[in-house]
Design a protein around this ligand. Structure first.
Ligand code: TEU
Ligand code: CA
Length: 561
């Protein structure tokens, strides 16, 4: 029995507005720029657009530091632009979800300005303030996601405030019911404008262990690990449930939580309350750490396919009865997927298509990040001055202060920096890839003459057309959406293969995950090669008695019955 929902059958397209399309030639993408491109998005087969934050913000973290939830960032436009954006999206029979960033605000939000002004004002308790300990050291040894302590001392009132991210992103105090009420009201205000849901930024960080213990720390480390005390905290379920009851349950919307270290059990638990959907799905980070060193996100390791298989199996089986998956390989915080999981040189096209095949044949709702559909690559600027991201710039500064060599640190940044995904969308081979006619806020990737939307649309063999085809195939084959997931060849180190089964429908997916050519015996009878091949990224098939010869990144999807 499947529980059909529109958001389970949707394909989502994520827009990072700053880098999408500049309509007024000031070098920054904007709302009108998005409106200009809605037909392009619709044509790809998209149902839902997820818009990264567009609210008023001093941009310490590109809009994830909000100074007013109900105003629009000047760079992007105004509320009227947003109203027409929502209208134009709905006109095209698509939906739109916004980013909900309520773990923290900007330090320029009026709540925080008031909060920091004295010890006893009515907003003091909107944020998390603590006295220093042992000679006025920070209240805990936690390390911020962007480097340094999670606590900043404020001279005015001589206390520390908590910020899990930048010091310009103070954490809200969710223990305070007034804060929660204001947030629920703000959510209702946006839903009444007609948006169709939310992507909830770091939502499993909102409840903190109120005893604020120090985190574990090895002697060679400067900071301790606070994650056990602010991830999946004691009141998290209560808050999400309350948000549902006080506002979300009144609307037919979709919600996707961004949840670090959440786990399948939580994903299940949080998917429902009293028969109503709570967090419809979550972005877990397990695939985002398969190629990273345990201690540092900046150390890139090789791809281990068996690890990837294990993660999909765990989540696909874990959420097959209850809950739902969100499928993504990249976003605005991650390197470009073809550079990371594929090969952005001689097999860029083949590997981008292989990754698309995997995403579109997995159980769960697929999320495409802007540019992925034309196989955009990492940028690898050679000069730190070209980077814009606070996390990257901090990393550079902190590591150089430790005495590390510039070249070494730059190598890490080139592979891992979030700016890899934030260079402007490549529309055509004109100046600045058609993104803007003035100087873009961040440089365009120099490969834009080779990789751009216009060229991709004109080439029937492009990554773009492959995405378009496979999206259509997914929509026409409900078994690819709701079918059960059965892994095959689980011990194979370079071929990823699985079955999707739904009532009488049966699909077989075979992906050569690497560039080595190889032969593999498929443990399922494929009667004739042309029989039911739905899609492949090569022109022909090399099949002989169930032995498949797979070329670099070759991917095939069969409909067996
Ligand atoms: O990201 C949260 C997060 O934990 C990471 O993905 C983060 O970007 C990075 O990897 C830290 O090392 C969300 C947003 O997606 C991100 O853009 C924001 O910077 C962050 O929250 C704060 O709002
Ligand atoms: Ca602009």
């Amino acid at each position: 029995m499947v529980n059909r929902r529109w958001w389970k059958e949707a394909i989502v397209y994520q827009i990072y507005p700053r880098s999408f399309n500049d309509s007024n030639q000031d070098g920054i993408g904007d709302i009108q720029g998005i409106i200009e491109k809605l037909d392009y998005i619709k044509n790809l087969g998209i149902d839902v657009i997820w818009l990264c934050p567009i609210y008023e913000s001093p941009n310490a973290d590109n809009g994830y530091d909000i100074s007013d939830y109900k105003s629009i960032m000047d760079d992007f436009g105004n509320l009227d632009d947003v109203k027409s954006l929502i209208e134009e999206i709905h006109k095209r029979d698509m939906k739109v979800i916004f980013d909900l960033v309520v773990n923290h605000t900007s330090d320029e939000h009026e709540w925080f300005i008031k909060s920091r002004s004295s010890l006893d004002n009515e907003y003091r308790d909107y944020y998390i303030w603590k006295e220093g300990k042992d000679n006025n050291k920070p209240p805990t040894n936690w390390e911020s996601f962007f480097g340094g302590s999670t606590w900043t001392f404020d001279e005015k009132t001589e206390e520390y405030y908590l910020h899990l991210f930048d010091e310009k992103q103070p954490d809200l105090n969710w223990e305070n019911k007034k804060v929660r009420n204001k947030i629920y009201k703000m959510i209702r205000w946006w839903l009444d404008k007609g948006i169709d849901g939310f992507r909830m930024d770091v939502i499993n960080m909102i409840s903190k262990d109120q005893s604020f213990p120090d985190g574990q720390k090895d002697s060679h480390e400067d900071y301790g690990d606070g994650k056990p005390y602010f991830l999946n905290g004691p009141r998290l379920y209560e808050y999400i449930k309350e948000m549902g009851e006080e506002v979300l349950f009144d609307y037919d919307i979709m919600t996707v939580g961004e949840t670090l270290n959440f786990g399948v059990e939580n994903a299940k638990k949080f998917s429902e309350f009293n028969g109503k959907e709570l967090l419809d799905m979550v972005f877990h980070f397990e695939l985002m750490s398969v190629d990273r060193d345990d201690e540092s996100k900046w150390i890139k390791e090789d791809i281990d396919l068996k690890e990837i298989k294990k993660i999909y199996k765990k989540w696909n089986h874990g959420l097959c009865e209850k809950g739902w998956n969100a499928i993504y390989l990249g976003n605005h915080d991650q390197p470009r997927i073809v550079s990371r999981f594929g090969n952005d040189k001689e097999y860029r096209i083949e590997s981008a298509k292989m990754l698309a095949t995997m995403m579109m044949t997995m159980p769960g709702t697929p999320y495409i990040y802007q540019g992925e559909e034309i196989g955009m690559t990492n940028v690898a600027f050679n000069d730190i001055g070209k980077y814009r991201d606070v996390e990257t710039i901090n990393h550079y500064r902190i590591e150089l202060n430790k005495g590390r060599a510039k070249v070494e640190v730059m190598k890490e940044i080139q592979k891992v920096s979030r700016d890899n995904a934030r260079t402007p969308m490549q529309w055509n081979d004109n100046l600045n890839a058609g993104f803007t006619q003035s100087t873009p806020w961040i440089n365009v990737n120099s490969n834009y003459k080779e990789i751009n939307v216009e060229k991709s649309i004109n080439d029937s063999d492009s990554v773009y057309h492959y995405y378009k085809n496979i999206i259509e195939i997914r929509k026409n084959n409900i078994g690819l959406i709701y079918g059960r997931y059965k892994p095959l060849l689980e011990e194979h180190e370079s071929v990823f293969s699985y079955i999707r089964e739904f009532k009488r429908e049966k699909y077989l997916v075979i992906l050569n995950f690497f560039e080595q050519e190889l032969s593999v015996e498929i443990p399922i009878n494929i009667k004739s090669k042309e029989q039911k091949l739905l899609i492949s990224n090569y022109d022909d098939i090399k099949l002989n008695n169930n032995i498949l010869n797979l070329r670099p990144y070759e991917s095939l999807v069969f409909k067996l019955s």
